[in-house]
Design a protein around this ligand. Structure first.
Ligand SMILES: O=P(O)(O)OC[C@H]1O[C@H](OP(=O)(O)OP(=O)(O)O)[C@H](O)[C@@H]1O
Ligand SMILES: Nc1nc2[nH]cnc2c(=O)[nH]1
Length: 172
């Protein structure tokens, strides 16, 4: 049975960081409208908190993807399970992720969304595991860089458990 063995990032530190990220985003977009694209399911908690701290016109959409192939997570083959509801041509699209690991999911998503001709396309992630990167992607906003430990909480699951935890913990 998996358990949280240690708290990696406390609730209050997440709250502070989400507010800081929102203010940087607000400044960068300088009055322009943003379409936030959350990557389900892990980003659901982060995007809800982030959007409520961004004082700009914000629209919301979601995508769900799954990686599949020989070794599920590392093949780089991504299948769209749920596509966007809206057109993104000429919009400022900000992809909101919970965690970037190999980067393969985002590499695929970025290429896919770029082909739809948005006005701009940026990436915001709460967590980044740079040690695990398998491809080169430019991440515009990062909350926390974390070590290569398996974590869960704040929307992120371990076999669908722990998404409801208000902090991020290490799974043992
Ligand atoms: O950088 P990568 O190695 O591609 O991995 C990152 C992806 O993995 C996680 O999703 P997961 O497949 O666990 O789905 P979930 O968010 O629905 O739990 C996370 O939310 C990212 O989308
Ligand atoms: N739940 C979970 N999913 C991940 N995907 C990539 N890294 C992680 C992690 O540490 N925890």
């Amino acid at each position: 049975m998996h358990k949280i063995t240690e708290i990696l990032i406390k609730e209050e530190d997440i709250k502070k960081k989400v507010y800081e990220l929102a203010k940087i985003i607000e400044k960068d977009y300088n009055g322009e409208e943003i379409l936030l694209v959350g990557v389900l399911k892990g980003a659901c908690v982060f995007i809800s908190d982030l959007m409520r701290n961004i004082n700009l016109d914000v629209a919301l959409d979601f995508m769900a993807v799954s990686s599949y192939g020989m070794s599920t997570k590392s093949s780089g083959v991504v299948k769209i399970l749920k596509d966007l509801d809206s057109e993104i041509e000429n919009k400022n699209v900000l992809i909101v992720e919970d965690i970037i690991d190999t980067g393969l999911t985002l590499k695929y998503l970025c290429e896919n969304l770029k082909s739809r001709k948005p006005k701009s396309l940026k990436i915001c992630t709460l967590l980044d595991k740079p040690e695990r990167r398998k491809c080169d992607i430019k991440v515009d906003y990062v909350g926390f860089s974390i070590p290569d430990k398996f974590i869960a909480g704040y929307g992120i699951d371990c076999a669908e458990k722990f998404r409801n935890l208000p902090y991020i913990g290490i799974v043992g």
